[in-house]
Design a protein around this ligand. Sequence first.
Ligand code: PGA
Ligand code: ZN
Length: 417
Amino acid sequence: MSSIIEDLITRKIFNNRGEETIEVDVVTQSGFGRVSAPAGKSRGKAEVVSYPKGGVDQALKKIDDLIAPEIVGLNSDFQEEIDSTLHEIDGTNDFKIIGGNTAFAISLANAEAAANSHGLLLFQFLGGNTATTLPYPLGNVISGGQHTRGKTPDIQEYLVLPYGAETFLEAATANAQIHKVLGEILRKKSSSFNGGKSDEGAWIANIGNLEALEVMCDACEEVANELSFECGFGIDLAASSLWREKEKKYVYTREGKKRDSGNQLEYLLDLIENYHLSYVEDPFHEEDFESFAELTEKTKNCLICGDDLFTTNNERLAHGIELNAGNSIIIKVNQIGTLTDALETIENANRNGFINIVSHRSGDTCSWHITHLSMAFRCPIIKTGVVEGARIAKINELIRIEHFLGNRATMADLTVF
Ligand code: PGA
Ligand code: ZN
């Protein structure tokens, strides 16, 4: 059995939006890994650059010309060496030469190839025998903001979190049922509702910010009663996209309101209390660590999560930890580039009591590798939608893992609720 890398095979494929993306196969003497990269639409400013100038075609060329000659012959078991080689070849701090998505695909495909060379599944290889805890699925069910156009909510995502479920399959069932019930409620509520869905498979409806929260309450309650366990819910404001730096205000176009930071804080405190929100992501713009800290201090039993705030970047997380800016972090490996970089951030979050939430992106493929990362690195929550092919590829992979583990499988501990 050998994990020595023999070849990097690359190609251009498409994501769920029909955009070009990169796919990499890492071939070792006795194994194989294949990963394609996702794409964000509401991207954080501190994210690494996705592709070099010239896009996917140029990235493929860089692999052939610059990367493959350095990587072929290395041992895929040594992930840190592979990842530091990628950094050395690139030579910048934001992967602008080779592209963060290029680094992402090679790094993760390498991890899978190493696992495969040892006859192990990725989560077993990275997490060991004790990686038997499944994450709760956090799923987007109503879309707004930058993920839609027209008269939709200003808030980007309305998400369900069935934290009372005892198994992953039960949790995934709850999310699918809530999505379905919401569709029925929206159909009855508005004659203009045509069943349209966003890239992430969440409903697109002509409703206001609060109206959407009302229907979330109704759907979650109905399904929770049916299934006899608690289903929480929350929102991702992606507030950087609402923030107007010149005016120093959050502009809610649909609602016809503008809020300064103080008003935004009050607004959020009201929403959390009135709707018993379990989860609030990016409630303030990506440089406002102080307001994140204030909101975190003033709330209980609610995850205050940084996505654009942290961009999976350990230095930004360290700053957030110092200020108590939030209590949870979105982990999108392609925001930072390599598995080693992401793991550094995940470990720092763990050491400091922040909850890690591994996440898909709105543009995504059927690569399911983030599910194995959530298992291997004991992340209690995975954010990966409810319906739509790229989401279902990940949900179903976790169902398979739970099935495979049998009675060794447990659900994550979400005692925060
Ligand atoms: P994305 O963002 O469109 O950049 O994937 C989704 C999110 O804000 O969580
Ligand atoms: Zn987000």
